[in-house]
Design a protein around this ligand. Structure first.
Ligand code: ATP
Ligand code: MG
Length: 589
């Protein structure tokens, strides 16, 4: 990756950092981190955070840590840790030797908690989880102080030590910060710092039976690592006063927290809690189902890391929540693959065509261009013979107005081959369905040009029937039928708007013979049909399986063009779905 690739477009966070550098804050140091919780696979929202944190470090000559926020032990952690590491690498980022785990700091965090107790700023509380919730109050009512709040420092130290030693039942006691039960900010109402949980941890095993809570461990881990700019999503704005309180009370290095808007994309969900339900309830085939917005799913679908980085750069970073149109993500991969995906011909729903005047035993090798965008990719030969397949939907017996493809009596061009004219059809006697076409070809039009200047309106893709290979092709549509599935009144209802037609599997497709043995993960443009990627799980030498990444129809380019024509109207656009991006695009020009 070049440096230019990794530089994030300018945004309010870059402005803050530039000011800090000018003022020589942190002695000119810039340190960021990407802090995933190893409880699921990464999705495109995480990619935004990864590009931002690693991109900023690269731009300002700083460092970016990868830190696993592993304070909440669960069974699958090791699997998640490995997949997260490989996804970050795949996206094109490198943490070098700066791989950390919050669990590395368990002893130090424990000591911080002891310090708070000694200062009279933390206490062991015996209320049940339910009681703690009740005592907490609401946004409109102050909370109530715990009867254990006034325990002596000595008693707290003793109890906390015994919590660590495993003397008490899970859930019987917690350590809480002593802040302010009347604070208008609920985060400040004596939040829990430690709880007892006898669960083995993937790194510390059974050494600990008490685990620190997220707010406490997260802010202090940033401090321990000397993170200068702690970037997090907007929902943590209300936690900032609590983080400040920990850092001030303990008098330790104080990273600056800056909040930015999470990424939301239309027609999908970006919450691990929701994604896991889709997997566990069998709505998709797994975390890497090509319909999933996970990095594993996007990769399997055919997305390139470059296209995802490009997307993250285009959406920019804002302080306000918004939703980005899925069409922009698709536009980015189309742009990228247009430059580098070789063109091939494949027929998804084959219709047999016999060229009556073409000799039965003849086979010609016709030259085809691999990528018109990049002449260095050269040419290849594709075989042409008397029996071909074309796309079923490229023929109509009774063509409606504006249907310019093949029809009885009509002439069209076959890409890189000849003009053909339809002279007859064979129908299934029972269903009346057209099962075979008879055509004639014009030998003068070899290569697709007519010497007499005769014009045809349409060029069709095709394959030679005896030479072509069978393939399975999976076509995808949005996972949800609603732009914002999380808008459902009850957020648990998001699955009610799942798209029942998000996957269509075609098993009798035919592709040109050059695709024999195509490498899993390799990407192609099937002429006129879109970009396709050889499936990495189900494809093998004997059984070709392709996933369609995207069609060639660029709805985003249309939106962009319309908006550009309207000029400044983008700012007042009722299309809140795309507003954020449009503002960015408008700024760019
Ligand atoms: P979820 O709540 O959906 O399960 P999370 O935010 O808890 O996700 P983490 O593994 O804790 O997931 O996230 C690691 C980092 O990625 C955090 O800094 C978080 O802010 C960021 N992140 C997660 N989702 C998004 C998103 N949609 N847009 C931008 N950043 C995100
Ligand atoms: Mg989280």
């Amino acid at each position: 990756m070049t440096k230019a690739d990794s530089i994030p477009s300018h945004n309010f966070i870059c402005n803050i950092i530039a000011e800090d550098l000018k003022a020589n804050k942190n002695e000119g140091r810039v340190a960021t981190r990407f802090p995933p919780e190893p409880n699921g696979y990464l999705h495109i929202g995480h990619a935004k955070s990864i590009c931002l944190n690693f991109g900023i470090a690269a731009e300002y000559g700083g460092v970016c840590n990868l830190r696993f926020d592993d304070t909440n032990p669960s069974k699958e952690e090791v699997e998640y840790v490995e997949s997260i590491k490989s996804d970050v690498r795949w996206l094109g980022f490198d943490w070098g030797d700066r791989l950390f785990y919050t669990s590395d700091y368990f002893e130090q965090l424990y000591q911080y908690a002891v310090q708070l107790i000694k200062k009279g700023k933390a206490y062991v509380c015996d209320l049940s989880a339910q009681e703690i919730r009740e005592y907490r109050g609401t946004l409109t009512e102050p909370g109530k102080e715990s009867p254990y709040r006034t325990r002596s420092v000595k008693e707290n130290l003793d109890l906390f030590e015994r919590m660590r030693a495993g003397e008490f039942e899970d859930g019987s006691r917690v350590l809480r910060a002593k802040i302010d039960m009347a604070s208008p900010n609920l985060n400040m109402r004596d939040p829990t710092l430690y709880r007892i949980r006898r669960v083995a941890h993937h790194r510390t095993g059974t050494r600990w039976c008490i685990y620190p809570l997220y707010d406490f461990s997260h802010s202090l881990s940033d401090s321990i690592e000397g993170i200068t700019h702690s970037l997090c999503s907007l929902e943590f704005e209300g936690n900032r006063p609590l983080y400040d309180w920990f850092l001030d009370e303990l008098n330790v290095y104080h990273p600056q927290q800056i909040e930015f808007a999470r990424l939301n994309i239309s027609y999908t969900v970006l919450s691990k809690r929701k994604l896991v339900q889709l997997v566990e309830q069998g709505h998709v085939t797994g975390w890497d189902d090509p319909r999933m917005p996970t990095l594993g799913g996007l990769r399997r679908r055919g997305y390139t890391p470059e296209s995802i980085r490009d997307f993250c750069e285009r959406i920019g970073v804002a302080k306000r929540d918004s939703m980005v149109d899925m069409a922009l993500l698709e536009h980015c991969v189309r742009q990228d693959l247009n430059q580098r995906a070789p063109r091939v011909m494949g027929v998804l729903r084959p219709l047999r065509v016999v060229i009556d005047n073409y000799p039965e035993d003849r086979v010609e090798e016709l030259e085809a261009i691999n990528n018109p965008e990049d002449p260095s990719m050269g040419t290849r030969n594709v075989p042409f013979s008397r029996v071909l397949y074309i796309e079923r939907e490229d023929f109509r017996e009774d063509p409606p107005k504006k249907f310019f493809r093949l029809a009885p009596g009509r002439e069209v061009r076959l890409r890189y081959a000849y003009f053909i004219r339809c002279v007859g059809m064979v129908k299934d006697e029972q269903t009346g369905e057209v099962v075979e076409l008879h055509c004639t070809y014009d030998p003068e039009t070899r290569g697709g040009d007519s010497p007499d200047g005769r014009k045809v309106k349409v060029t069709l893709h095709w394959v030679s029937a005896p030479h072509s290979l069978e393939a399975e092709v999976r076509l995808y549509d949005h996972l949800f039928v609603k732009a914002n599935p999380s808008d459902e009144k009850d957020s648990a209802d998001f699955k009610t708007c799942l798209n029942p037609n998000s996957l269509e599997t075609l098993t009798c497709c035919r592709v040109e013979p050059g695709l024999a043995g195509a490498t899993p993960g390799s990407r192609y443009q099937f002429e006129r049909l879109g970009y396709f990627c050889v499936d990495t799980k189900d494809s093998s030498d004997g059984a070709l399986v392709f996933n369609r990444t995207v069609t060639l129809r660029d709805t985003w380019a249309k939106i962009e063009k319309a908006q550009k024509q309207k000029g400044v109207a983008v700012h007042g656009s009722p299309l809140s779905v795309v507003r954020n991006v449009l503002i960015y695009l408008a700024d760019e020009h």
